[in-house]
Design a binder for this molecule. Structure first.
Ligand SMILES: [Zn+2]
Length: 401
């Protein structure tokens, strides 16, 4: 059983007129028993109400209770406490619960439903952090010859290669898209690959892959029209194109004017959080170094780290001064804007595609795109403002040692 199903059954019976988010926080309070000497805060209080509602919204397939949250509270789960809590409810409620859980718990009755429910709650939380998905192994033996007309490579090859910066962009692959031959010359080894077979071979629908990943992708496409790799490549292509447009460097005066214009456009109508949400949301006020937040293990991460560090070094004070001045002029409410960015970050951070979280690069690009769409300012200026929030603490968590 998923947490979503479990929660909605319980909410239907015990929720009364409560707000879903409020009830969810309280439900966890009922199963959590941290020792007195431990400084523990139920992590659900760090999440805004709209975020919590997404975890249990049956129409939202992208969000579910994240393993990250469960890990934070897992040590303090005490089913006996939850069982005791349920026992305080009326006989009628126990009968309703037993009836609702009958399809899921064999042998459940109104006399044991408190214990059964508590055990089930714990098991669901265990499963969330116990899940260990293995990536699908695709056999290279199933490779079928299939390729695009050579004209496609002639027309788009160079641009496709350029946007990958010379490395295969497929998930987990680090192959270079050129090889050095015996005589020392570079031989290009990339294959332009059609991402969506139902659409024409235009630049937006093509991506350069190494021959092995190309073959892997053909194999996936042969077995079904949908698949993990299709989704991944589709997102990757978006990411590459955004990164490409963000590469230009604006002159200084345009950056300064752009930051000022952008921040002036941040009006309250951009803020999705209610006053109550803002009060409940804890902002982190300890600035930490960008390097503590973005690991430099992969090329993609190093690229992002470099970009953010450069933005912060060159423009942190510019954004900070502008924000403070506009806050004084009451054009912008700095705290509210920070909270909005934090909330957006959490939303992207907890978004999954086929059970896979988004990478920091994708999250960064999504935040930049959000700002761009809402202010119509240059992507580079938007990236500078988002970089500011990484340094100032709302975006990205510190990597655990
Ligand atoms: Zn590859």
């Amino acid at each position: 059983m998923t947490f979503e199903t479990f929660f909605n059954i319980i909410f239907g019976i015990l929720g009364e007129d409560k707000d879903i988010a409020v009830f969810m926080r309280e439900l966890f309070d009922q199963i959590l028993e941290p020792p007195d000497d431990v400084d523990f805060i139920n992590p659900l209080y760090d999440r805004s109400a709209p975020t919590l509602r997404k975890y249990v919204n049956p129409n939202d397939t992208k969000h579910s209770l994240p393993a990250k949250i469960v890990k934070q509270l897992h040590d303090y789960i005490e089913p006996a406490k939850f069982s005791t809590y349920l026992q305080t409810k009326s006989d009628q409620t126990m009968e309703d619960l037993a009836k609702a859980f009958e399809p899921y718990i064999p042998g459940v009755t109104s006399h044991n439903v408190h214990d059964e429910c508590a055990d089930l709650f714990k098991k669901i939380l265990d499963d969330i952090i116990g899940i260990n998905q293995q990536p699908d192994q695709l056999s290279l033996a199933t490779i079928m010859g299939e390729s695009l007309p050579p004209a496609v490579k002639d027309q788009f090859g160079a641009r496709l290669l350029l946007e990958t910066e010379g490395f295969c962009p497929a998930k987990g692959c680090t192959n270079e898209l050129k090889e050095i031959s015996a005589d020392g010359s570079a031989v290009l080894t990339y294959v332009p690959t059609l991402i969506d077979v139902m659409r024409p071979p235009v630049f937006e629908n093509l991506i350069a892959l190494c021959p092995a990943c190309h073959a892997r992708y053909l194999a996936e496409r042969k077995s079904s029209t949908q698949g993990k790799m299709l989704d991944f490549l589709r997102n990757k292509k978006q990411e590459l194109m955004i990164r490409d447009t963000a590469r230009s460097v604006l002159p200084r005066y345009e950056i300064e004017a752009g930051v000022d214009r952008l921040l002036r456009k941040i009006q309250d109508d951009l803020i999705e959080l209610t006053e109550e949400d803002l009060k409940a949301l804890r902002l982190n006020y300890d600035p930490v170094k960008v390097r503590q937040k973005i690991p430099a293990d992969t090329r993609e991460q190093r690229f992002l780290l470099k970009k953010v560090l450069r933005n912060v070094q060159e423009n942190y004070n510019l954004v900070d001064n502008n924000l403070k001045n506009l806050n004084k002029e009451q054009v912008i409410r700095q705290r509210v804007f920070s909270a909005q960015i934090k909330n957006l970050f959490i939303d992207f951070d907890e978004t999954t595609v086929d059970g896979e979280p988004l990478s920091q690069t994708v999250i960064f690009d999504n935040l930049v795109r959000w700002l761009h769409e809402n202010t119509d300012e240059d992507m580079e200026v938007c990236a500078i403002v988002i970089s500011y929030f990484i340094q100032s603490c709302e975006v990205f968590d510190v990597i655990p040692e």
